[in-house]
Design a protein. Structure first.
Length: 253
C-alpha cells in the first residue's frame, strides 16, 4: 500500500491499534474514515476532523449499510483495513467455558472480514489501484493456550489472505496482511499495562515505516512478531510455544 494519497476505511478504529494507525495515516496525507460501534467515540473523532461511520462488524446488515454510506460519501475509496476483532479467554474443559465466546469470536474475527470484503470488493475492483489489509496476529502462527478461538480465527485470516492474494492477482486489488504481536491495548483486561506487550505507539510507528519502505509487502511484520511468525521455519516451534505460554500463561496478551 502506498503511504499517502489514499482514501482509507478502517472499521474497528475508535481505539487501540486502529486509531493509532488512523492518526498516522491521516498525518501522511490520506483521507481516513473511521468505523466503530460506540457513537460517543465516533462523535469525539468527528470533532477531531475524521469522517466517521457507525458499523458493527458482527452484524451483516450493519456492514452492508456502512459500506453503502462510505462508498456514497467517498467514491474514491481505495483502501479497506479490516481491523475490528475481539479476543476472549476460554476454558475448553466444558462447553459453558467456551462455546458462546467461540461463536462470537468467529463471527467477529472471521465472518466480519469476509462480509466486509464482500461489501467492498466490486467497488475496489473498479479502482485503478486498491488495497485490502487484513489483520491476523502472531498467534495465527503460535498458539496462546488461553485463547483457542482467537488463535484459530487469526490463522484462518492468514490463509484467507493468502488465498485472496492468489485469486485477485488478475485485478487491481492488492492484499496485505498485518500481523501484530501482543500490543498494549484493551483487547484483553490488563493488556494495556502488560510488560509482555509491545507499546502501542512503538508498534504503530514501525508499521507506518514498513508501509513506507515496503509498499508491496504481502505480510506487514514488525520485528517483534517474527519470533512467533517463523518458529516453524526456524525449527524451534515447540520452544516458541513454550516461551509464549510461560511468559503469558493467563491470556494477558
Amino acid at each position: 500500500m502506498d503511504i499517502s494519497g489514499n482514501t482509507v476505511f478502517i472499521p474497528g478504529s475508535t481505539s487501540g491499534i486502529g486509531l493509532a494507525l488512523a492518526r498516522r495515516l491521516r498525518a501522511k496525507g490520506n483521507t481516513v474514515i473511521i468505523g466503530g460501534r460506540r457513537t460517543e467515540l465516533l462523535d469525539e473523532l468527528a470533532a477531531d476532523g475524521f469522517d466517521t461511520v457507525r458499523i458493527d462488524t458482527a452484524d451483516a446488515g450493519s456492514i452492508r449499510a456502512a459500506a453503502n454510506e462510505v462508498i456514497t460519501r467517498h467514491p474514491d475509496l481505495n483502501v479497506v483495513v479490516a481491523m475490528a476483532g475481539i479476543m476472549r479467554v476460554e476454558d475448553w474443559h466444558h462447553p459453558d467455558g467456551f462455546l458462546a465466546s467461540a461463536e462470537e469470536t468467529v463471527t467477529t474475527n472471521l465472518l466480519g472480514p469476509i462480509r466486509l470484503i464482500a461489501a467492498f470488493i466490486e467497488h475496489l475492483r473498479a479502482r485503478p489501484d486498491a488495497t485490502i489489509v487484513t489483520v491476523s496476529s502472531g498467534l495465527a502462527f503460535a498458539p496462546l493456550a488461553a485463547t483457542p478461538s482467537y488463535n484459530a480465527s487469526k490463522a484462518a485470516i492468514h490463509m484467507l489472505s493468502e488465498s485472496l492474494r492468489l485469486q485477485l492477482a488478475d485485478t487491481t486489488v492488492r492484499v496485505g496482511e498485518l500481523e501484530p504481536p501482543s500490543v498494549r491495548t484493551a483487547l484483553l483486561p490488563g493488556q494495556e499495562d502488560s510488560g509482555f506487550a509491545m507499546p502501542l505507539d512503538e508498534f504503530a510507528d514501525e508499521v507506518i515505516k514498513l508501509f513506507e519502505s515496503q509498499p508491496d509487502a504481502k505480510e506487514i511484520q514488525v520485528e517483534r512478531v517474527k519470533f512467533l511468525r517463523y518458529g516453524e521455519a526456524r525449527g524451534d516451534y515447540e520452544q516458541v510455544v513454550a516461551t509464549l505460554n510461560a511468559a503469558d500463561p493467563h491470556g494477558k496478551h
